[in-house]
Every structure is written in C-alpha cells, then in structure tokens.
Ligand binder design. Sequence first.
Ligand code: ST9
Ligand code: ZN
Ligand code: ZN
Length: 349
Amino acid sequence: MAPNISIPTGVLHEHDEEVVAKAIPPEVVKPSDRKLKLVWRNIIIFAYLHTVAVYGIYLMFACAKIATSIYAIILYQLGSLGVTAGAHRLWSHRSYKANVPLRIILTVFNTMAYENSVIEWSRDHRVHHKFSETDADPHNAKRGFFFSHVGWLLCRKHPDVKNKGKGIDMSDLYEDPILAFQDRYYMILMPIACFILPTLAPMYLWNETFVNAFCINIFRYILTLHATWLVNSAAHLYGHKPYDRYINPSENLTVSLLALGEGWHNYHHTFPWDYKTSELGKYSVNLSAAFIDFFANIGWAYDLKTVSQDMVKKRVLRTGDGTHEIWGWDDKDQPKEDYKDALITHRKS
Ligand code: ST9
Ligand code: ZN
Ligand code: ZN
C-alpha cells in the first residue's frame, strides 16, 4: 500500500544556501576535516583484489571451464540480490516486508556479496539519504567521482558522518535476530560465504583448478562491488532528473543494467519507499523488482509499498527537469494546463 504523504529525502537543494548552512553548521565543518586519513590496509587489499580480478578475466577466456564462468555470473546475480532486494529495499528502506525464510535467503545472498553486514550497510545508507551530498554523507558525490565510487572506503570517514549518523534510528534492524546474528558473526560467515565456498564448489563439482576457481570468484566479487559503487558515483553525477531537478541523483540506464535495477536514482531519492526504486515495472531493467514480485506472488514478501501515478505526475510537474517520457516538456499529448502549472512552479522556484 502506498503511503499518501511524501517523505522528505533529506536532500538539499543546491541553490538553497540557507538550508545548506542549517544542515552543516560552520562549527562542525572545518577545512581540516576533509583532510584524507588514508587507510593503507584497505588500499593494499583492494589493489590485490583488483589484480587478481583482472587475472580472473584472463583465465575465463584462456583456460577455465565454461561452467566456472556461468557459475560466477549466477553468484554475481545472487549476491547482488542480497544487496538490492535485501540490504537496500527491504532493510534500509523498509519498502516491503519479508517472512523468515525469505529474510534468511536474503541474508545468505547478502553475505556472499561482502559489502559489510546489513546493519552497517543500512546505517551508512540511511545516513546517505538523510544527508545526501553533504560531508555527513559517507560517499558524498560532491567530492568527485573517485571519492564517491571507492575513495570513501580507502580513508577514515568524515567526522560529520559519525556525529550526524548517531541520530539515525537503527533499532528495527538490531531487533531482527537474523541480522543481529549476521552482524555478530560476520567475520566468520563472510569469508565462508564470499570466498571459501564459492571457490571450493567448482573444484569439487566439476574439477576446476584452485587458481581458476579462486581468481574468477574474486572477479565476480569485484564486479559486484563496482556495480554497487556506480550507483554512488555515476548515478549521482550523470543522467536525467525527471522527478527532481534540484538533487544530484539521476536516472542512469547503464548503472541499472549492472546493478539489477538500482540506477533509477533520481526516482529513488525522490520516492525512497517504493520497492521498485523506479517507476518502471520492466523486469529487464529491474531484476530486483522481478525477484520481489516473485516472492510476493508466493506470499513470502508482502506489504509492498509503491507510489501512485498521480503523486508521480504531480512531482514531475513541480520539480522535474522536463525529461519525463510522459509528462516532459515536449510531449504532444500533454494537456496545456499541465504545462501552465508546471511553468508557474518553474518560475517560482
Ligand atoms: C562496500 C559497501 O563496498 C558498498 C556500499 C555501497 C552503498 C551503495 C548504495 C547505493 C544504493 C543502493 C544500490 C545497491 C546496488 C547494488 C548493486 C549490486 C550489483 N553512522 O566505519 P568505521 C561510527 S564494503 C553512525 O570503521 P572509520 C560508529 O561508531 C566493501 N555512526 O569508520 C563506528 O563504530 P561501530 C568491503 C557511524 O574508522 C565508528 O564510527 N568492506 C557511521 O572512519 C567506526 O566506523 C570494506 O572494504 C554511520 N554511518 O573507517 C570495509 N559510520 O561500527 C571498508 C561509522 O562499531 N570499511 N560510524 O558502531 C572500512 O574499512 C571502514 O569503514 C573505513 C572507515 C576505513 C572506510
Ligand atoms: Zn536507497
Ligand atoms: Zn544515492
């Protein structure tokens, strides 16, 4: 059931200096706070993983069994679903509810993706939505493509992330025993689910070599990471803004294809409670919605939240950039009154 009120996304309008000044009190933001405190452990680990991943790509074409590559692609999809349908849509945004078996499946998938525990991931993500594009946003896209893509994982967080993040309510997730279990035993569960079992399975099931199985699995992991990170970087920088032209998040098809439907980011930041994270019901560009709909059909997912067409239309006309495919500025079928209303709002803003 769609709620009939618009939830503030916490997004600041670039032009609104007063709002920005209120959100980031001058005493909190000092130029020195942005000084990078590099975490060399992470830099070295990511450099190593990327080198192995590149070798994994070579092995896929040079000597690995085809089954190993197909298996890696399937694991990429399953792990990604643990992030998109799990950590993101179910747990960070509560955009639908899931029964215990589905929550267990999603937690297993999520652990295969190693993007930190659901509780840690969701805390950062709730902070990201509430303080988007400010220093309190863990991957503040105003600090550039590299920082929002991966740089933020290679240095200490800005003090604002921790200070303002303290105010985020996470009690709903701590109360879920499945998530509490994952969080508590993460450093045991994650290596097993993300690295050990995915490497052993091809070796035992179809006699793949250790090197092939290991390197191709690392490639699968790095691919999942980059697909996810692109939502923070590319989808915050490039694309149209049919729903809200005042925010950075944009509609990005390439990111949607790689990230199983998570690149429709202008829509998502405007209507974060929609389980589809997009207006589009097309499963080809939103595999995560297909997954949730499937489980809704068998009764494992329920109370799916979405947004009424009327609410979308009003928002498009009030704050969109004119690129919406139905209610954009150059649509011949659009009633003249709609143009008039929209232009008046345009002038006011
Ligand atoms: C990874 C995550 O890759 C990727 C997330 C991307 C999110 C994308 C979202 C886009 C939308 C959804 C689309 C999904 C698409 C999926 C597509 C799939 C194909 N609030 O963190 P620490 C406090 S992970 C409140 O250590 P440092 C807190 O007290 C990759 N408080 O900060 C905390 O203590 P505790 C693998 C906060 O020391 C304490 O600070 N993982 C918050 O500055 C210390 O926290 C890695 O590589 C907050 N938000 O270190 C690990 N944050 O936790 C990488 C912190 O005890 N991480 N506090 O409560 C690290 O090594 C470190 O976090 C660090 C920062 C070095 C980056
Ligand atoms: Zn979100
Ligand atoms: Zn975002």
